[in-house]
Design a protein around this ligand. Structure first.
Ligand code: ZN
Length: 431
């Protein structure tokens, strides 16, 4: 339903109406079934009207089993939509647009929502937009942050560091559809690595990364001070534990041709330690602290190298002066997103250790979306869908399939995009 939100008198003859439209968003790419209802006024940030989320409990299986996740979504999503529609009056007053995650993700999980979204699009005769999940994580930064309500949304070009259970990627975004991957992981994602390290250390719970963060945060300041002073560059410490920042050896070039993250070595170090030592509580505390911090510092280290490689300022490394190629010229914002970016220790380290002075002569703004919107949610799918609608004027054909692997820099290179008629866009979003 389109609501007339305001009446603006322009001159003496023309009356203009500012329209509000509503978006229903659905997300189920992994183990969260999520719904959101957003309201959008042209030129303003979307407003969250309602949200709903249910998460598969994978504690017993020790990780997400794709078939279990698929069953979970199939069981949950229908009744969730029924309840959500009821409490928001969607049956009598349907939303104007349906947005649903199309990929990347687990195909069975994605399909559960995509099928329902197609049905709602047919039943309500409203356009469907198949949204890229990671674009959602990046564009959630368009919403005002509750801790900084006056913050301006990031302007293109900007950098986005997406750290989650499925992805670890630094992107340069020149526009909504022009993305360049600057760094990606050569093995597993950071969130996956953190979960595996936590499990190896005997930490329990459904969200292991959060549990590890809690465990490390429970250390006393005295212990933190003590652990900070102990080096793990070699095994020559009271624990016999060795863990170094990866890709920093004498044979690694200071500025590699291709930048990459690697997270498998962190798990290997803990596994190796356990083959030769008993894991006392004190050793567990020390290793948990060092592992979490070094994982974050490895990310910062690689991002700093990219800032040096593509920035606009000179820096001296190992006695050598290096000037970047200027690819990041004009970047004034850094957006952090994904579940791992909600970790407060990580946020603090990013602010302390990133060499943002290599980017610009002016201040570079950090954008940290609200913690609850960093993990998978449907709000971000609605926000990205709105951006696709308003700037690219596209919707998605009802014949599309979910996409398991969908690189961010191929947003529009997949089948199923349909240009929306100008008159339809006018009707939806213009005054
Ligand atoms: Zn995600």
């Amino acid at each position: 339903m389109i609501l007339l939100a305001g009446l603006v008198r322009s001159g003496t003859r023309n009356l203009q109406f500012t329209r509000l439209y509503r978006v229903l968003a659905i997300e189920s790419s992994c183990d969260d079934s999520c719904l959101a209802l957003l309201e959008k006024l042209k030129g303003k940030a979307p407003i969250i009207i309602d949200e709903m989320k249910r998460t598969l409990n994978s504690q017993a299986t020790g990780g997400i089993v794709p078939t279990k996740a698929q069953e979970f979504h199939q069981q949950e999503i229908g009744n969730m939509i029924l309840e959500f529609s009821g409490r928001n009056g969607l049956q009598s007053s349907p939303p104007d647009v349906i947005c649903c995650t199309r990929g990347p993700g687990m195909v069975g999980s994605l399909a559960a929502s995509l099928q329902i979204a197609k049905g709602l699009s047919i039943g309500w005769n409203k356009p469907l937009i198949g949204v890229h999940h990671m674009l959602g994580h990046v564009l959630i930064s368009k919403l005002p942050e509750s801790e900084r309500p006056d913050s301006k949304p990031p302007q293109y070009p900007f950098l986005s560091l997406l750290c989650s259970g499925g992805h670890t990627i630094l992107l340069l975004l020149r526009s909504i559809s022009d993305h360049e991957i600057i760094i990606e992981t050569s093995d597993i994602a950071v969130g996956d690595s953190i979960d595996k390290c936590a499990r190896e250390l005997g930490i329990e719970g459904n969200l292991l990364g959060k549990e590890l963060e809690k465990y490390v945060n429970s250390l006393t300041p005295e212990m933190v001070d003590e652990f900070e002073k102990i080096s793990t560059e070699t095994r020559d410490n009271e624990f016999g534990f060795k863990l170094k920042k990866p890709l920093r050896g004498p044979h690694n070039p200071v500025i590699p041709d291709t930048l990459a993250f690697t997270f498998a070595p962190f798990l290997s170090s803990i596994q190796h330690f356990k083959t030769t030592h008993d894991l006392s509580e004190r050793a567990k505390q020390f290793i948990a602290f060092k592992t979490q911090k070094l994982i974050f510092q490895h990310i910062i280290d690689r991002v700093n190298i990219s800032l040096l490689k593509h920035g606009i300022k000179e820096d001296t490394i190992k006695g050598k002066k290096i000037l970047g190629d200027g690819k990041f010229k004009g970047v004034q914002s850094l957006v952090f997103s994904g579940g791992v970016a909600s970790n407060r220790t990580f946020r603090k380290l990013l602010q302390e250790e990133l060499k943002l002075n290599l980017l610009s002569n002016d201040d570079v703004q950090f954008h940290f979306p609200d913690v609850r919107l960093c993990t998978d949610n449907a709000v971000m799918i609605g926000v990205a869908g709105i951006e696709i609608l308003e700037t690219l004027h596209k919707r998605t054909d009802l014949n599309v399939l979910p996409i398991r692997k969908w690189p961010m820099n191929e947003l529009l290179d997949v089948d199923g995009w349909i240009d929306i008629e100008k008159s339809e866009i006018e009707r939806l979003i213009n005054t």
